[in-house]
Design a protein around this ligand. Structure first.
Ligand code: CA
Length: 130
């Protein structure tokens, strides 16, 4: 828990300069050829302390048979299958690190939390069990 908190604080500084969510970035990379999308991962619920994080390394450790070591793309949706653009949340997404929505970045932070999100990754078809 300490590590996560420290990480969030470090991350906050880099996220703060990125501004409002850009629709073009909720999918990073494409998924074609011998690759396919994994199942959706929702490993974290929004907390009032931090936000909603779906961390790539955490997912690799938690669900190794459904995940590959070097995904080529990541996509995020809300847990209710709507586009992140509809939430008004501010977040960061990258294949390497995962998805991070920090409550501090949300308008009227005192009154609302980050929406709950899920992510999926693009992996070589042969490397994942489904
Ligand atoms: Ca989540």
């Amino acid at each position: 828990m300490f590590f996560i908190t420290l990480f969030a604080i470090l991350l906050f500084n880099s996220v703060a300069s990125q501004g409002i969510f850009d629709p073009s970035t909720f999918t990073q990379g494409s998924c074609t050829g011998s690759n396919k999308w994994t199942i959706w991962f929702d490993t974290n619920d929004p907390s009032s302390v931090q936000g909603d994080f779906e961390i790539t390394n955490h997912i690799k450790q938690l669900l190794p048979t459904y995940m590959c070591s070097s995904p080529s793309a990541i996509e995020a949706q809300t847990s209710y299958d709507t586009s992140p653009t509809t939430t008004g949340d501010v977040f960061r997404i990258s294949t390497k690190d995962g998805f991070f929505c920090l409550n501090q970045q949300v308008n009227n932070y005192k009154n609302r939390l980050c929406t709950d999100y899920k992510v999926r990754y693009c992996c070589p078809s042969a490397s994942i069990s489904r």
